[in-house]
Every structure is written in structure tokens, then in C-alpha cells.
Design a protein around this ligand. Structure first.
Ligand SMILES: CC(C)(COP(=O)(O)OP(=O)(O)OC[C@H]1O[C@@H](n2cnc3c(N)ncnc32)[C@H](O)[C@@H]1OP(=O)(O)O)[C@@H](O)C(=O)NCCC(=O)NCCS
Length: 184
């Protein structure tokens, strides 16, 4: 599986990505806004993460791809379709980029490519995004991609010792606008 845009390539994770995954996790900014990423982050966490992506993909549970920055050829982050429910044709989106790769539009393109996989190849009817209320960058990213804010999940999860609100976003298949060739 390889999906290519103008600025990023999405491909499967490989064992040799472990040092780059560790480097992206080092400052704690990814763990801060996500649920299952440990911190401090160790090499063995990256090895386990990479190994489990393959198993989950094979089982059709999670579709997680590495985001490679075309400019420098390095691993910039990850995008995933999680909790893929083939009966209800709904999945959840997850993503992160290392701090040095943010603010360049890479996440927007990676998300657009993954939406194509979800709606066109996997036949999803809806893709959800659940975001901590304080995570403005992630909300902005979903809004830019056409996701609609559907509601506030009050004090839904515990993060850094505090119960926090989540904002539920959703994008329906009919609202999805594929990336045009000239935008790639
Ligand atoms: C979410 C994430 C992938 C976005 O990456 P990105 O697209 O490179 O982020 P950007 O810095 O370009 O921000 C995206 C948009 O949010 C805006 N934004 C960024 N930080 C912001 C903030 N603190 N408040 C308001 N808006 C903000 C940007 O201006 C941009 O909008 P624009 O294109 O209209 O200018 C990245 O921030 C990240 O990896 N965060 C940590 C992990 C995470 O939060 N994952 C998602 C969990 S739900």
C-alpha cells in the first residue's frame, strides 16, 4: 500500500522507522494529545507500535500508515483509520506529526489521502474524529477537511490526571471531496 500526494507519501511502517518514531515522540507533544502513546517514549515502544500495526491491518481493525515527507525523504508522522466497523461502515481517524513537520500542510494532505482510502477503498460511510477540547490545531485540521462538529462529549476521558471534554467531529461520504490531481 502506497498513497502519494504532492508533499507526502503514505506507506506501511517498517522496523527501520523505529528511531524516527522515537525522535517524533521525544518532546511529549504527541503523547499530550493522544490516548495510548506512552511518555517518556522508549525504543521498545516504537518497536512494539510498528509490529502491531501489521497485525491490526491484517485483521482489518486499524489501517495505520507512515507519513513520509517528500522534501527530505524522512518519516514525519502517522495517519490511521481506527476502530474500523465494517457492519456500520464507520471508522475513526487518528494522526500525529513530529513537531518539526507541523505547520507545513503535511497533515492536511495525509488526512486527505487517508480519507480516500476510507471512503473509496474500504467503503466507509462516515469517518469520525474525536479531539480534546483544548487541541485547537487538530480541530482546525478536521474543519479544513470538511468535518462537521457534531457535539461535545463532556468530561469524557482522563488525560494528565484531569477529566476532559472531547469534541466529536464527523464527515459523511457524500460530504467528502477527493483531492484533485492539481492539488497533489
Ligand atoms: C494535529 C497535527 C497533526 C496538525 O498538524 P499540522 O497540520 O501540521 O498543524 P498546523 O500547525 O499546520 O495546524 C493546522 C491548522 O491549525 C491551526 N493551528 C495550529 N495551532 C493552533 C492553535 N494552538 N490554536 C488555533 N489554531 C491552531 C493552524 O494555523 C492551521 O490552520 P491554517 O492552515 O488555517 O493556518 C499536529 O499538530 C500534531 O501532530 N499534534 C500532536 C498530536 C495530535 O494532536 N494528534 C491529533 C489527536 S486528535
Amino acid at each position: 500500500m502506497k498513497l502519494e500526494g504532492a508533499a507526502v507519501v503514505l506507506r506501511a511502517f517498517k522496523p527501520s522507522d523505529a528511531p524516527a518514531v522515537c525522535a517524533a515522540m521525544k518532546d511529549g507533544s504527541v503523547a499530550r494529545w493522544t490516548l495510548y502513546i506512552p511518555w517518556p517514549y522508549k525504543k521498545k515502544d516504537a518497536v512494539k507500535f510498528i509490529r502491531s500495526r501489521k497485525t491490526r491491518w491484517r485483521k482489518g481493525k486499524d489501517y495505520c500508515l507512515a507519513v513520509v515527507c517528500k522534501e527530505d525523504g524522512r518519516l514525519a508522522g502517522s495517519v490511521s483509520l481506527l476502530r474500523v466497523d465494517k457492519k456500520h461502515k464507520v471508522a475513526e481517524m487518528g494522526y500525529w506529526l513530529g513537531a518539526r513537520y507541523r505547520g507545513k500542510g503535511l497533515a492536511a494532505e495525509a488526512v486527505a489521502l487517508l480519507l480516500g482510502l476510507g471512503f473509496k477503498k474500504l467503503g466507509m460511510e462516515k469517518i469520525r474524529g474525536h479531539v480534546f477540547a483544548e487541541n485547537r490545531a487538530s480541530q482546525r485540521l478536521l474543519e479544513k477537511k470538511g468535518f462537521k462538529r457534531e457535539g461535545l462529549l463532556r468530561k469524557d476521558l482522563v488525560k494528565r490526571g484531569k477529566r476532559r471534554d472531547l469534541i466529536a467531529y464527523g464527515l459523511l461520504k457524500r460530504e467528502y471531496k477527493p483531492l484533485k490531481a492539481r492539488e497533489r
